[in-house]
Ligand binder design. Structure first.
Ligand code: GLN
Length: 478
């Protein structure tokens, strides 16, 4: 993907820095100007002008001394649910309006240590709940490719910002598709790492056994480099794996000419909700992969109808617990109309949370309540195990599972917001990776006759990011 600022990859930016064609300061200023020009997209909730310029100057000095890190010159936006010390973070919610973080997320620490320049925080669905960015307390984000359409969600600001070149790369978070779905809608690359590959310390929790932070980029090599910097064990997050981190950016070309075994799920491609043009694209794409010498076979996964319900039972249960901390006392918004402790809780939460967040807290509280726990929560946990076992079984026989990222292309504002079930079905192809923990990537390889892009999604086995990225790089090349 070409950049309007002239650099399509981190490698290119760094070459230009080495040749003195540009500086971090000049790059940062160009992005600041572009953000201003494209303000109407509403992708950024806040631009960190001072800290970004200060960092740019610092890195320029380091570059002169040959001491700059791996991400020198990389201007990055972060989703507004990732904490950055002494900067505001709101999860696009009124309940955290004006809240300033006292510490930085581990990913932010690691990006800064390698000299990335964090340019601002990006709009998203409130507490990362949504598929269209229409649930933000701070307004819709427009899809830069067609401003009548949603950018996807919940990392809508991140995808829009990369697609519109408001920053070179961005971070999002993915609980059920929130990196891959907006990547598909905006024509960029989106990677959800294996659960536990990247620390969640400093990520505002939605559903802790699903959430992962990941990159949205213009190409696969940039995603590999960002993952390499962010991944790895962390004493602040016991779910962050201590497995060693491969040099993803160094092995990105290791699948050149290699033949792989790919499974596609028959029911996904025969799904009624799948746009016929996308279906047709996949049939042709599978043929093309076969012609190139790969083994591509249809497999049965008879659980498609259980994915979205299991996802929504489990994630809302976790959300109802995670969001109990916003009580009008500890954090953020406190209702001015409260008169005692109970009304502080009730009024602050009623006024501070948006409609979708309230719906999910209620749903989650219901599925965890003593009378319904076994019928919903325990059952969904059992379904999750079955899904994990079946996915593992497929991936023991194949290198990758191939499927669409989304059932359609970006839809128009308002088209699905009145019907939560229609909106939830947007997640049908993405939640499998989160329910089972495996890594998944969306590659911008499809183009619909309506002019909008759509993604090709690949899943690999747990902690096989090296292979996933290297093969994705091949697919993007041809
Ligand atoms: N669209 C899904 C949801 O609304 C995914 C959200 C996410 O991945 N954060 O829950």
């Amino acid at each position: 993907m070409n950049s309007t600022l002239g650099y399509s990859s981190i490698a290119q930016i760094q070459e230009a820095l080495r040749n003195n064609e540009t500086s971090c300061l000049s790059l940062t200023q160009k992005y600041l100007k572009r953000i201003e020009e494209k303000k109407h997209l509403n992708a950024f909730l806040e631009v960190f002008i001072d800290s970004a310029l200060a960092k740019a100057n610092e890195v320029d000095v380091k570059l002169k001394k040959n001491k700059a890190g791996k991400l020198a010159g990389v201007v990055i936006g972060i989703k507004d649910n990732i904490c950055y010390r002494n900067h505001k973070v709101s999860a696009s919610s009124k309940i955290l309006e004006n809240f300033e973080s006292l510490f930085s997320a581990t990913v932010v620490e690691r990006l800064l240590a390698e000299d990335a320049i964090i340019i601002g925080r990006l709009n998203c669905d409130e507490f990362a709940m949504g598929s269209s960015n229409e649930n933000s307390a701070y307004g819709n984000v427009l899809n830069p490719l067609n401003e009548k359409c949603v950018p996807g969600g919940s990392s809508g600001g991140s995808a829009a910002a990369v697609a519109a070149d408001l920053c070179h790369v961005a971070l999002g978070s993915d609980t059920g598709g929130s990196i891959r779905q907006p990547a598909s809608f905006c024509g960029v690359v989106g990677l959800k790492p294996t659960y536990g590959r990247v620390s969640r310390w400093g990520l505002i929790a939605y559903a802790s056994s699903f959430d992962q932070i990941g990159p949205l980029t213009k190409n696969v090599e940039d995603a590999a480099l960002l993952l390499e910097v962010m991944a790895g064990k962390d004493e602040y997050d016991s779910t962050a794996s201590s497995k060693s981190v491969a040099a993803y950016s160094q092995t990105i070309n290791s699948y050149k000419g290699k033949k792989v075994r790919i499974a596609y799920i028959n029911d996904c491609l025969n799904n009624d909700g799948l746009n016929p043009e996308i279906k047709n694209f996949f049939s042709n794409y599978i043929e093309k992969l076969k012609v190139e010498g790969h083994t591509v076979e249809g497999v049965d996964f008879p659980y498609l109808d259980y994915l979205v319900p299991a996802y929504y039972v489990l994630t809302t249960a976790e959300a109802s617990s995670n969001l109990s901390r916003y009580d009008g006392v500890h954090y953020g918004y406190r209702s001015p109309n409260a008169t005692d402790l109970e009304s502080t809780y009730k009024k602050s939460r009623s006024e501070g949370f948006g409609k979708e967040v309230k719906r999910r807290i209620m749903l989650g509280t219901f599925v965890l309540s003593s009378g319904y726990y076994d019928a919903y929560y325990s059952k969904a946990q059992k379904v999750r195990r079955i899904l994990q076992d079946k996915t593992k079984e497929i991936l023991s026989d194949y290198d990758f599972i191939l499927l669409p990222s989304t059932p359609g292309t970006a839809f128009e504002f308002g088209q699905k917001s009145a019907d939560p079930v229609a909106m939830y079905l947007e997640d049908i192809f993405t939640v499998q990776a989160n329910l089972t923990g495996v890594p998944a990537i969306s590659l911008p390889l499809g183009k619909h006759s309506n002019g909008m892009p759509f993604g090709v999604q690949l899943m690999a086995n747990m902690f096989e990011e090296e292979k996933l990225l290297a093969f994705s790089n091949e697919l993007m090349r041809n």
